[in-house]
Design a protein around this ligand. Structure first.
Ligand code: NVA
Length: 304
């Protein structure tokens, strides 16, 4: 991945996904690596962020680099200036761009015009850094990834798409339970299925949450209303009403299942009040691991 963009989990070959998780696991336990010494990064965020912003900023500093945070108000991506101009200005000063955008196309344009690597810090299509942190969390708690059953309940959104690709890459089985019109986009699904076939695992879709959760090692959910979909909020809450993850639903999972959520979590909507603090919840380990996974990603792209 050295010198390359990271816009999608599919930018890594399947064995590259496993290697990245391994590297993150080691970096989390190691000390003092500074592969980003002397490197500068621009963090462009069109949308709000707690975990992604702080974990990138702290992770970059720990690896010896520095960064400048730019909000949409500062940059006006595609509004005040086209992506093509922003990319060609920033690459005169910094070594990498890390961007959270509404439209995945904005990332592609930044990547096309910048002579430096671009990292996806969430788009409408994918959240690859989240998926890498999630694999690290599952690996730590379960000891391995292959043959694990991951059930994702709710919207086949950016988080689900990246997780499907990541699971398929490492031989884990991924099942999405969603309403039919909210499945993972076909092009992403096709790539995930191709990887799953090679790894002898499965990527499935069902409409019933109870079916997906049966014998699951991981029960995962995310908001029903992603950033940028606020106007659809009322309709989405009605559509996803029967996809809530609660104490009753998870009884069908394996007794030692992990409950995961990328957060922010909307208690009373996609999950019951108690799930974040459920004994099987690992949501704060997940949040912590964002940083370790991203450090491995940055070391892979920008290190020697
Ligand atoms: N699917 C959510 C993830 C938030 C981290 C969103 O895009 O808003």
């Amino acid at each position: 991945m050295k010198g390359k963009d990271f816009l999608s989990v599919a930018d890594l070959p399947s064995d590259g996904v496993a290697q990245l998780v391994e590297r993150a696991y080691k970096m989390k336990r190691g000390k003092g690596e500074r592969p980003l010494a002397g490197k500068e990064f621009a963090l462009i965020f069109e949308k709000p962020s707690l975990r992604t912003r702080v974990s990138f900023e702290v992770g970059i500093r720990q690896l010896g680099g520095t960064c400048t945070y730019l909000s949409q108000q500062d940059v006006g991506l595609g509004v005040r200036e086209p992506e093509a101009d922003i990319a060609r200005v920033l690459d005169r000063w910094v070594d990498g761009i890390i961007a959270r955008v509404f439209s995945h196309r904005s990332l592609e344009l930044l990547a096309e015009y910048a002579n430096i690597p671009v990292v996806n810090a969430l788009s409408d299509l994918e959240h690859p850094c989240q998926a890498m942190g999630d694999l690290l969390t599952i690996q730590e708690h379960k000891g391995s990834l292959s043959d694990k059953n991951i059930a994702f309940i709710g919207d086949g959104n950016n988080v689900a798409a990246s997780l499907a690709l990541a699971c398929a890459s490492v031989g884990a089985n991924f099942t999405l339970a969603s309403p039919e019109e909210y499945r993972i986009p076909t092009n992403v699904l096709d790539e995930a299925k191709r990887r799953a076939t090679a790894a002898e695992s499965k990527v499935d879709w069902v409409s019933e949450p109870s079916e997906a959760v049966k014998d699951a090692d991981v029960v995962y959910t995310d908001t029903w209303v992603s950033m940028g979909q606020e106007e659809e909020k009322a309709a989405r809450i009605a559509i996803f009403g029967s996809y809530k993850v609660d104490e009753e639903l998870v009884k069908a999972a394996k007794p030692d299942f992990l409950f995961m959520h990328d957060m922010p979590a909307y208690r009373g909507q996609e999950l019951s009040e108690g799930m974040i603090d459920h004994p099987n919840s690992v949501v704060f380990d997940q949040a912590e691991n964002r940083m370790h996974a991203q450090k491995a990603i940055l070391a892979g792209i920008f290190g020697d």
